[in-house]
Design a binder for this molecule. Structure first.
Ligand SMILES: NC(=O)c1ccc[n+]([C@@H]2O[C@H](COP(=O)([O-])OP(=O)(O)OC[C@H]3O[C@@H](n4cnc5c(N)ncnc54)[C@H](O)[C@@H]3O)[C@@H](O)[C@H]2O)c1
Ligand SMILES: CC(C)=CCC/C(C)=C/C=C/C(C)=C/C=C/C(C)=C/C=C/C=C(C)/C=C/C=C(C)/C=C/C=C(\C)CCC=C(C)C
Length: 521
């Protein structure tokens, strides 16, 4: 039955899909479905779209909420998922290529810059570890093998048997290649090729800076993607700030008949038996749809870790979710500072992204690693004339911010911010006197503004798991209810949640019978 016929038969249901949350995962699902003719409503609790990839404006500055190092804007292949998501709804982001993904400032004064140019990166790393030249090349070669598999096939839902059959027919070796690496983590692959303990520590921090886990807990498929795409499609910053991506997705959604309602917090997913049929908003309104998609985290959707009021009633929690909670835990959140600074404190030839680690044993500790992003080095339009933006953040757990009186909370914010600023001054001396604007966000701010349980960056393994194998896809044990975003395969990252959006929309499209027969070019 086509969608129009289904709609005529059921007058009460005006939407084919309701998406809870307008993060990149939610918006990619929404736009993909809308581009295939589905009627889609997105309900966002906040005033602006984008979630962790949103932006906010203050005193002439445009600050990125979270995401700032953007993968997925390449021109070629199939892994350029942000380019593809926008183009499906007739939109495009103008982007600025970043010549260096990241400058590492490591213990003992070691400095490594990850150039967009692969050979340049390999030669700078081998100059530090000349005795490991062979191992370095062999390890990153495996990463390319994984990436080349991903980049040679249309990326849709592996839950759909029809897609699996078609993609296997189109790219059998790539499918087998991916199937081979699915159960592996980076650590075991790195140790096959590299013996030097310092270099293995470097591979740990290479993983930690995007997965917040050391190599032994970071899935190999994701590493293949990150460690190669930074040299293939490259890191590209969207002109006007990261918030532009979600603004354009919303524009394209609306052009395709979809709608976003802001300040619309969903408090319950309405079930009929074991089927999701609608949602209830904080203002009491109920809206019904054929499919419900939650872009809220798994904990906010299904509960666990003492979430008081998850979207699904506790008594209806599927047993698969209980198993998931034993395997995965919340990653820390962040302490983040958004600064406006006078231009002179940042040399013009500085790199945009930096990571500072002072002692190796600090890597996984509270506020152990400092991340710095200076997007105005790429796009000056984000700050007033003669000024830069600095967004600095460091992992921090909400538990550190609990049970404080209001004045203790304010004092801790200032103290921890000072400590972070002093770390940054090791790379950019005289920063403090150059500050013209300062905002401090804590794990509590992330929880409040992003609606994320504990303000977390997403799920991380609670134990050593076999790569991506145990990570759930988009379907849930509740009929008509799907999840999208970083609580789903393949986890954190804008490109990763964009993949989860493509997969989710494809799986739903297969059930609604609206997917085109042939795979995308
Ligand atoms: N690259 C970086 O520097 C960086 C930094 C931080 C985050 N990130 C990435 O951002 C990605 C997050 O994307 P995502 O799509 O999973 O989700 P998200 O958390 O960005 O978005 C979820 C959205 O759902 C909304 N929401 C939550 N509960 C709701 C409810 N009950 N009712 C209505 N709306 C609700 C939130 O307000 C938010 O807008 C992650 O992959 C993360 O890795 C990247
Ligand atoms: C048939 C047969 C035989 C078989 C089958 C198999 C298959 C087909 C399979 C498949 C698979 C797949 C498709 C997969 C996919 C995957 C993907 C897409 C992945 C992706 C990923 C991505 C990622 C991970 C990304 C990430 C990134 C990030 C997170 C970033 C971050 C950053 C940060 C935080 C920043 C830092 C900063 C400074 C320093 C400032």
């Amino acid at each position: 039955m086509n969608l129009d016929k289904m709609r005529q038969n059921n007058k009460e249901i005006s939407w084919d899909a309701i998406v809870i949350g307008s993060g990149i995962g939610g918006l990619v699902t929404a736009t993909q479905l809308a581009s295939k003719g589905a009627q889609v409503l997105v309900l966002e609790r906040y005033m602006i779209p984008g979630g962790s990839s949103g932006a906010f404006h203050r005193n002439g500055y445009t600050f990125d909420v979270g995401a700032s190092m953007i993968f997925g804007f390449g021109e070629k292949g199939y892994t350029n998922l942000l380019t593809r998501a926008l183009s499906a709804i007739g939109e495009k982001c103008e982007t600025i290529p970043d010549p260096v993904q990241l400058a590492y400032h490591l213990p003992g004064g070691a400095e490594v810059s990850v150039s967009r140019n692969y050979d340049q990166f390999i030669s700078s790393l081998t100059s530090l570890f000349p005795h490991e030249e062979k191992g370095i090349k062999a390890f990153y070669k495996v990463c390319w093998e994984v990436f080349n598999c991903l980049d040679s096939m249309p990326l849709l839902s592996i839950e759909d048997p029809a897609y699996l059959a078609k993609v296997f027919f189109k790219a059998p070796l790539s499918c087998l290649g991916l199937a081979r690496w699915l159960p592996f983590n980076v650590g075991e692959v790195a140790r096959r090729h590299i013996k030097d303990q310092q270099l293995l520590r470097f591979i740990d921090i290479e993983c930690f800076c995007w997965s917040v886990m050391p190599a032994d807990k970071t899935p190999m498929i994701n590493a293949g993607m990150v460690f190669s795409d930074r040299h293939a499609g490259g890191i590209n910053y969207p002109k006007g700030g990261v918030g532009v991506i979600s603004e354009k997705l919303v524009k394209g959604l609306e052009k395709n008949g979809g709608k976003v309602l802001y300040k619309s917090r969903v408090v319950k997913i309405i079930l009929e038996g074991n089927k999701a049929i609608g949602v209830k908003l904080a203002n009491g309104e109920q809206i019904y749809a054929r499919t419900i998609i939650s872009n809220a985290t798994r904990w906010d959707t299904f509960g666990g870790e003492d979430v008081k009021e998850p979207l699904i009633e506790q008594s209806k929690t599927p047993s698969a979710e209980l198993k998931w909670r034993n395997r995965y835990q919340t990653s820390p959140s962040f302490l983040s500072i958004h600064l406006g600074v006078k231009k002179d404190c940042i040399p013009n030839d500085s790199h945009c992204h930096h990571l500072i680690l002072e002692e190796w044993d600090q890597m996984e500790k509270e506020q152990g690693v400092a991340f710095i992003s200076i997007p105005t080095l790429l796009d000056q339009s984000l700050a007033p004339k003669d000024h830069h933006i600095i967004h600095a953040f460091t992992p921090s757990s909400i538990i550190e911010w609990k049970s404080l009186t209001p004045s203790e909370y304010v004092a801790k914010k200032e103290l921890d911010c000072e400590r972070l600023l002093s770390k940054i001054e090791k790379v950019f001396p005289n920063l403090k006197p150059s500050i013209t604007h300062k905002e401090i966000g804590t794990p509590k701010s992330h929880r409040r503004f992003l609606g994320r349980h504990k303000g977390s960056y997403g799920p991380i393994p609670a134990m050593r798991l076999p790569g991506l194998l145990p990570m759930p896809f988009n379907s849930t044990a509740i009929k008509g209810l799907f999840l999208v975003g970083d609580s789903c395969f393949p986890g954190q990252g804008l490109n990763a949640v964009a993949f989860s959006g493509f997969a989710c929309a494809h799986k739903i499209g297969a059930e609604l019978g609206i997917n085109p027969w042939s795979l995308p070019e």
